[in-house]
Design a protein around this ligand. Structure first.
Ligand code: BGC
Ligand code: NOJ
Length: 811
């Protein structure tokens, strides 16, 4: 069952039924100011940091889910409704929610009155603007009342939802004209305030939640709205809100646009006040003036569309499969950018109070957006590298506001450092900017301890080399990519977190996933060293990589697939000898990508075993058989019920590793088949089961052992986005960025006849058409570049302002 449709021309997903199986959301904001918005107008906003600068409240675990947002209420002579259906839930005559790239339009209609709310965070602004377009489509003149409502968060989201002994007394507002200013804690340590404004005179306002809603009512039936009259309340403590009250009259056929603005302002210390205890509002008023007409908002929407057209232009596919086009051209790229902007910090599932930016997550995210915003990718890489320590280890996460490592979360996830090689080499391949390697980058943010970025890469590589276990395989540390494989944890205390609790010394538990990762990016490191003319370093690294390959062949091969790990006692995990967890996806993916034992047929066998034991209708499960009891020596992985999350769930992030593995042995049909199983546009028809948005990937789909196989959870902010984009574009469609140009190496289903990719690479537009006349999956027979045949598979760099035509024939 569908709940809407794709409008590819406008690059929107259009929801036509507000009762989606879960809130289907969008993310607004690009740099500093961010909002989440659901298809019924729920959501929240923050400035830079979802924990420390939360502007509006959102309640997790709420009943009903997704209550609280930026709401509008219409009281049309006693008929009360909201344009987004919620929170009032009066049935509407018409409802659509258009989630677009960087904006959302929600429209409702009731009894001939239409209300459309366009929400956008204009580029580079610290505000969200909402254009509310009201229209009377009847032949009678209409008089009705409109109320807005947002609920302020008292800045620190964690404190806001826990420290009630203080928070019930601190809330403060100021009201001037049509603007409600939220200034809790402004008089002491904060130099920032927020405001909610509308561009016309109001007939009233409310700023105290209890007065507006009523103690025994809800957002769905606020007393002031029911009564049709604002109470002009001024909040003192409790829960401050901002609500505007407007009486509106529309002649037959007439319409009216209003512009609301939720803004954030920082004042310099000596410019805080206009007079005693009265905020200096100059900056707020300047901000309001920028969007004081509907035309200015429309212009911001157009600017946003241009912005996205430009970003997306770097990779555009023309294929006969429209679902593939819309994922590659629009939604997957969009999700990659959103994930870059938010990392994992704030979503409908991550409350934004615990997680900062993950070291491994942010490095991996980069491979999904580096072609869109290379300069920001560069900055991100250097920020991440600055949280590394002198021995190559690193903080697992860092806070976006301070860019400092998060000591509470700690480190010792031994896969972390290697991902820096992935992000950096991808960045250089995309841009050709080797200068990043010469940047001086501090350790633990301490400028006095800085080395070049290249040295950071070397330390990343050596961190693995310096942490080998008894089989000369990488020690796992706290965990590898699989956060829940906690082999040194031994937790029997329900009050501690698997992720942060003290680990045993160990020195035995080893990871085959890190081994594969090390060989894959070790080879990249070697390639880079050679490119830079660092022959000795390349030779030194080659020796370590060769030793690792040997160690995997000797101690990491189980006969039909790669082992997953050795535990604290040196016992195998992911072996046919195990009763449960006989085979795991991660080591199959990474050791195959690394090509370990290719000649001996290991890669093919590993892929066949995945097909046989891990593949399902809904995607590839993480391990099999699922764990059915708690293994204290394995940790969190065995705490999840079978079929969920890291215990045999379909963890979408790692499925592309198998797709790439399949492309290593030329099996394009298998690779694309796996791709389609988890790619949301292909799942749209079964949205009632998949549950989450059909336009973005989710973290996990319940596996075959679960109660409801095929049910998706935790959409949007997931490494899944970057890995799928990287895999489909570089390994299946085969358009790979490389140091000297674009490497063409498709691995496709045999029945694909042709497709075209428009790729802007280092400033030049390449139009690459791939023809497959002999119905093969892999193999490039000929490349014609602007009419001339070239040798090899790399399209050289061409400086040209004309389009470069590339004809590729497979065979
Ligand atoms: C989850 C992981 C997550 C980790 C850290 C675990 O409970 O299962 O997916 O990475 O917590 O947040
Ligand atoms: C989610 C985390 O963000 C990511 O870092 C981790 O690799 C996966 N979970 C798997 O555990």
């Amino acid at each position: 069952m569908k709940f809407g449709f794709f409008d590819d021309t406008n690059r929107e997903y259009v929801i036509t039924n507000p009762k989606t199986p879960y809130p289907w959301i969008n993310y607004l904001g690009n740099h500093d100011f961010f909002s989440l918005i659901s298809n019924t107008g729920g959501g929240y906003s923050f400035y830079k940091d979802a924990k420390f600068r939360r502007l509006t409240r959102f309640r997790y675990n709420n009943v009903p889910v997704d209550d609280g947002g930026k709401y509008f209420y219409i009281n049309d002579n006693g008929t009360i409704w909201s344009p987004g259906w919620k929170p009032v839930k009066t049935p509407l005559d018409e409802y659509t929610c258009r989630h677009g790239l960087g904006y959302t339009k929600i429209k409702g209609a009731k009894n001939g009155l239409e209300a459309e709310v366009t929400s956008i965070i204009p580029l580079h602004e610290w505000c969200e603007v909402q254009k509310v377009s009201l229209k009377n489509t009847t032949s009678q003149s209409r008089k009705f009342k409109l109320f807005s409502m947002v609920e302020w968060a008292l800045w620190n989201a964690q404190d806001d939802m826990t420290n009630f002994q203080r928070n019930f007394s601190t809330g403060e507002v100021e009201i001037q004209d049509s603007t409600i200013y939220h200034k809790t804690e402004y008089k002491e340590r904060r130099n920032h305030f927020a405001f909610y404004h509308v561009n016309v005179p109001v007939q009233g306002f409310d700023t105290d939640r209890e007065t507006f809603v009523g103690l025994y009512n809800s957002f769905g039936d606020p007393e002031a709205v029911l009564e049709g009259k604002a109470r002009n309340s001024v909040a003192h403590g409790w829960s401050p809100i901002a609500s505007h009250f407007l009486e509106i009259e529309l002649a037959p056929g007439a319409s009216k646009d209003l512009v609301f603005m939720l803004g954030y302002v920082e004042n310099p210390q000596d410019e805080k006040w206009e007079s005693k205890n009265v905020i200096n509002k100059t900056r707020a008023i300047q901000m309001m003036a920028k969007y004081d007409t509907a035309a200015k908002v429309d212009a911001a929407v157009i600017e946003m569309k241009h912005y996205w057209n430009n970003l997306l232009a770097a990779f555009q596919l023309d294929h006969e499969d429209e679902k593939l086009n819309r994922m590659v051209n629009i939604w997957n790229q969009y999700q990659c950018m959103v994930t870059f902007n938010f990392s994992r910090s704030a979503s409908y599932f991550e409350s934004g109070i615990g997680r900062g930016m993950g070291f491994r997550d942010s490095n991996q995210d980069l491979i999904g957006f580096v072609h869109q915003v290379p300069e920001r990718a560069r900055e991100r890489i250097l920020d991440i590298a600055a949280t590394q320590f002198e021995d190559g280890s690193c903080y697992h996460q860092y806070q976006p506001l301070t860019k400092r490592g998060n000591a509470e979360i700690g480190g010792n996830f031994n896969d972390d450092p290697m991902w820096l090689i992935l992000s950096t080499t991808q960045y250089i391949k995309e841009t050709g900017d080797f200068s990043i390697l010469d940047e001086m980058v501090p350790f633990d943010n301490d400028e006095s301890k800085a080395k070049t970025h290249f040295e950071h890469l070397k330390l990343s590589f050596d961190h693995v080399v310096n942490h080998l276990g008894p089989h000369k395989l990488p020690l796992i540390g706290r965990a590898d990519w699989n956060d829940c494989l906690n082999l040194n944890c031994f937790s029997n205390n329900p009050n501690e977190s698997f992720q942060t609790t003290e680990n045993q010394e160990g020195g035995v538990a080893e990871s085959l996933m890190i081994a594969g990762l090390f060989v894959t990016y070790g080879k990249e490191y070697i390639k880079l060293c050679k490119y830079l003319g660092k022959k000795d370093e390349a030779a030194r690294a080659e020796k370590h990589v060769a030793e690792m390959i040997e160690a995997v062949k000797q101690h990491g091969w189980d006969g039909e697939w790669y082992l997953r790990a050795y535990d604290f006692y040196g016992k195998k995990i992911g072996s046919h000898e195990n009763e449960e967890g006989k085979i795991f996806i991660e080591s199959q993916g990474w050791c195959s990508m690394a090509g370990i034992g290719m000649e001996e047929g290991y890669v093919e066998k590993s892929m066949n075993s995945v097909k046989e034991r891990l593949d399902t209708k809904y995607g590839i499960v993480l391990n099999n058989p699922a764990f059915t009891r708690y293994y204290i020596e394995y940790g969190e992985i065995s705490t999840y019920p079978p079929g969920y999350k890291e215990n045999a769930g379909i963890f979408c992030h790692n499925n592309p590793w198998i797709m790439i593995g399949e492309t290593m042995i030329g099996r394009g049909d298998a690779a694309f088949d796996y791709y389609k199983k988890i790619t949301p546009a292909y799942l749209e028809d079964r949205s009632e089961l998949h549950k989450v948005e059909p336009y973005v990937y989710c973290q996990m789909i319940a596996g075959k052992d679960a109660f409801k196989p095929g049910e998706g959870k935790n959409s949007w902010l997931s490494g899944t986005a970057a890995w799928n984009f990287y895999t489909i574009t570089q390994y299946i469609l085969g358009i790979q960025s490389d140091y000297d140009g674009i490497l063409i190496d498709p691995c496709i289903p045999k029945d694909w006849k042709s497709y075209t990719v428009n790729r802007i690479f280092r400033g030049t537009k390449y139009v690459i058409t791939i023809q497959n006349p002999s119905s093969v999956s892999k193999g490039v027979k000929e490349i014609i570049l602007d009419g001339k045949k070239i040798e090899g598979k790399v399209i050289p760099l061409i400086k040209s302002d004309k389009k470069v035509n590339v004809q590729v024939t497979m065979g």
